[in-house]
Design a protein around this ligand. Sequence first.
Ligand SMILES: Cc1cc2nc3c(=O)[nH]c(=O)nc-3n(C[C@H](O)[C@H](O)[C@H](O)COP(=O)(O)OP(=O)(O)OC[C@H]3O[C@@H](n4cnc5c(N)ncnc54)[C@H](O)[C@@H]3O)c2cc1C
Length: 440
Amino acid sequence: MVVNRVFDVAIIGAGVAGSALAFTLAKYTDINNIIVFEKYDEPALLNSSPKSNSQTLHIGDIETNYTLEKAAVVKRNASMIANYISHFGFEESIGFRRDKMILAVGDDEVSRLEARYKEFSELFPYYKKMGAEELKEKEPNIMEGREDSVLALGVEGEITTVDFKKLSESFIQMAVDSDKNIQMHYNEDVETIIKIDEGYEIVTKNSRFKTKSLVANAGAYSLLFAQHMGYGKDLAVLPIGGSFFFTKQQFLNSKVYTMQNPKLPFAAVHADPDITANWNTRFGPTAFVLPKLERYRQLHMMDLLEAMDLGKDTLEVYYNLLKDRTIRNYIITNILDELPMVGKGVFVKDAQKIIPSLRKEDLVFADGYGGMRPQIVDKVKHELKMGEAKLIKGGAIFNMTPSPGASTSLAIAREDAQTLCKHLGKTFNYELHEKEIGNR
Ligand SMILES: Cc1cc2nc3c(=O)[nH]c(=O)nc-3n(C[C@H](O)[C@H](O)[C@H](O)COP(=O)(O)OP(=O)(O)OC[C@H]3O[C@@H](n4cnc5c(N)ncnc54)[C@H](O)[C@@H]3O)c2cc1C
């Protein structure tokens, strides 16, 4: 086995998170030697692929489960992606200005959205309030056959839709084109990380590499790497699959999100014009426990069992979730959505909240679409964590980034780049970062 030179930073995973970090380090720090390991032959084939996620730049304006404080943070963080796209000239190739809206249906939701409008309109001054008449004009299919009251907050002219795979590819290209030594190792599956005096040794099937620091951006595998090194034993992964349905014809021009049930942990049904399908309408995602770490790929049984860690504490979290009737019904509905014979018939009822006249015959299961959210279970607090999780031990960082991790990838990368600079005695160029992609 060959032992290579010592790198400053090793990044494991070239999804949008790992790629964003490679770009940020190459462009805005004086860290020189960076190696990226990706187990497949190109970047972003898993969750960051446009077929896996909803392609939405989550900025906090239509996510009704966010508090004002959280929306302000997400806005600051996600706006870096929009800034990157505009600054480097990737509009209409990576990021798209398409309309979107949050739709409230029924009196209760309408009054909740009214209240939200009052609270959030200073943070999002571009909101366009739309009642039945305006909606009829803008998206007639939302109003056809509708009897309930509706209200929508629309957003026009903003970058709302992103191809996160192309974004990842552009991050890597920019990193490779910089004056730094960036080594991309595709088809190189990292097996183990060993702590050594100089830093860490990264062991792959064919080789060993030394690095002073490392960042695992490998989805659920990041936690497994951490746990093999003795960290993060209080956490486990609940793999949540998400599937989609296409309509046979295009029904909407805008992204349409529905109001979140505050009790439910995952995004309520939404409809998105899809980049990969000529902007045809894609509904979803569903949310169901799927015993896999990678959708549509080989089952890694041992890794799965290890990640899920089905001991007493983990099972207690699931038991508590199942005790709640709303969550139980939600889980059952989402399992039924996946069944070949009945799925469409069950799912269409949810989708009719957006388009009342939609029939199950209008839908087709989006085969080959959908991803896996590595939701984190806190075994000590006995709760399911909804956002990202990060473990930092010395010069090693382990990121788990379920939704909306793609939207916040540049912010996570900036934070990690700063941590790495501190660890390595290097400098972060705040001025240039702020000027090019910062929170303007
Ligand atoms: C159904 C669904 C809808 C979503 N919708 C949105 C959305 O609209 N907007 C949004 O912002 N977010 C969305 N998300 C979340 C978003 O997709 C993820 O947060 C994001 O893609 C995570 O990026 P990542 O780089 O951490 O992970 P990934 O894209 O999964 O990349 C991890 C990479 O690590 C590599 N890897 C793993 N193990 C190893 C190893 N041992 N050695 C080498 N390489 C390895 C993998 O091959 C992969 O390329 C959605 C997620 C799902 C599932």
